[in-house]
Ligand binder design. Sequence first.
Ligand SMILES: [Zn+2]
Length: 229
Amino acid sequence: MIYANIFVPLRRMIPTIEYIQTHFDAYNTRFFDGALPPLPIRLSHAKGFLGKLTFTRRKQGLFRGYHNENFVLRINVRIDYPEELLQDTILHEMIHYYIAVNQWRDTSTHGQLFRREMARINAEGNRHISISHRLTEEQRKQVVIHKLRAVALVRFADGKIGIKIVPNQPQHIRYWQRAAMRRMPITSIEWYLSDNDFFAHYPSSVALRVFLIPHPEDLPLTDSDRMIG
Ligand SMILES: [Zn+2]
């Protein structure tokens, strides 16, 4: 077994829209004759997939079959990818897009059409695209998965500010919000979702315990991490 991550320093990266767009455009020209129309690209924090192409299948009249439309390409950003794997993930989803936008019907999700295109691009581009949407055991050793934490920023009546990390599930967040407001002299609670490793140093639980932060302005929390509602 070869542990590539020990002997070869892999360049790991968290994808950005710009990176995905640039590579989408280059691969479109190189592997698909520029046939893929532009589509919205989104970054996802969901669990369970590297990349995902979503679209709607609209029925066209009674006998004319279906038409695929409203395509969106999603790439998971919980994962710090080796660059090769990120590129193969973009290409994998582009093959799905190529098949769907041409209104072709494959024999299954990764059926004959998909495998034909995958084999072609792997050969032409010396790539290692696979039919999996998840990390293999070997890939799992090469990536860093960022955990998304629910962070409560708590303001007390006496002006002190603290944080509490709660398991990232709606029922735990609701429970903690209700219990804390009832039992502690709190004026407000703001919720954030953060993958910053700073918060790994705090226990995640529903215990009614808040860690006071002497310099809250230094907390790595941004408006874009703020949970709405
Ligand atoms: Zn797939």
